[in-house]
Design a binder for this molecule. Sequence first.
Ligand code: BUP
Length: 472
Amino acid sequence: SCCEDVHLVFLPSAGMGHLNPCLRTASLFLRNGCKVTLVTPKNTVSQAETNLISRFCSSFPHQVTSVDLNLVPVDPKTVQTKDPFWLQFETIRRSVHLLAPILSSLSPPPSAFVFDVSLISPLLPIIQNFSFPSYIYFVSPARMLSLFAHLPVLDASNPGADSHPCSFIGDFVKIPGIESPILRSSIPPLLLEPNTLFEKIFMEDSPKLKNLNGILINSFEEIEGEALAALNEGKVVEGLPPVYGVGPLMAGEYEKVDEGEGSGCMGSILEWLDKQGEGSVVYVCMGNRTATRKEQIKDIALGLIECGYSFLWVVKLKVVDKEEEEDLEEVLGSELMKKVKEKGMVVKEYVDQRKILGHPGVGGFVNHGGWNSIMEAVWEGVPMLLWANDGDQKIASQAVGIIGVGIWAEEWGWGSRQVVNGKAIAKRINDMMSNHSLRIKAAHVKEAARRAAATSHLIVQTLIHHWNKGNA
Ligand code: BUP
């Protein structure tokens, strides 16, 4: 068929929150018969990333080829961050010049190039020497994309603002075409701090969005129709390329975590869930990119003991999964640990989150507002309670509140900073678990998600058709 002639190049950046949407987007095209070259930055930060890439490649042996991008080591002193994932973002940015020979040697030549949102500025001068069109995959909600795209407009209209980053941001940002404004307190904290890597990438890359041929985003009409329309109608900023809502992105077969990996905890998790009543379990996972603060872990433990439900709690105690880790008991103390174990199940390994969310025993999801996790819960119709940790997570949490499928615990502030009383956490968990209308709305949006998956198939085919004409 014609699709076999379409050859796409994908380039991810660091962390599962970036790798998962990259590979899931690639899978959309693989399912339509395209060929994919996955450029793999070596080495990855976490073991979870290495494992996922190898499973992805081996599950499409005839369609996927992987080529290494050997990263140029960066002196950590020249980067304003201690976070290994942020350091990796910058390392990849500083290594992409090595891509030129790789891209010219590919056969057949690429039909299109799809890369991570964090690589725009360094990649543009390289790809302008090639004739294929370029796209980014965006890892956050459309609401966040509108902030990303709109900030330079605000910046330019405030010539009086000083050189302090984002000093033009007032109490809130009102984005044209989007009704509810983004509060200053929801802006990613690093954007408001001088000279952070995040602020640098954000402000440098945003005006260059218009040089791309399109933006692929894990969202869809029913949940973010307003923002998607504002972006595509030129209200957010003029000259933006088409924004394709290809969500909800689905997990592939290749994501199944093998029993051999880690301690193979999935078997015992599912066995445990099978024994719980329908919709009776609170699933708690605050993401994997950064270790959760110890105080926050204690707050959550107290909340879970206090709430009226049993729970499955995935706790990350280390920043990178390859490191040695501290025992949870050392953080909680033996008495608290004992109570936690009496009431719920605690795991530290990387879990198959999609499988957990799809289990009928799970009735609610406490999460940090990671957009991938949110979309996974939307797909399974599981109501959420959101406690944003950092970055885009308040904006994502607010989006969930607007959609109506979850509760954003706004008063808890940033989880990475604020201490919250265990009783208050228990109360919010009980609110989520017992809220009937939340459950109905989640079930309704789940149906919409399934319809949207069929529509995104059409978007994908239109793009393939378009690239095919380019090949002719
Ligand atoms: Br933890 C964990 N298993 O044990 P977000 C996460 N995930 O499958 P953020 C697992 O990682 P990052 C685990 O399903 C989601 O697809 C989860 O992305 C999966 O969070 C992804 O939810 C995490 O967008 O990503 O914080 O942006 O954790 O890499 O920082």
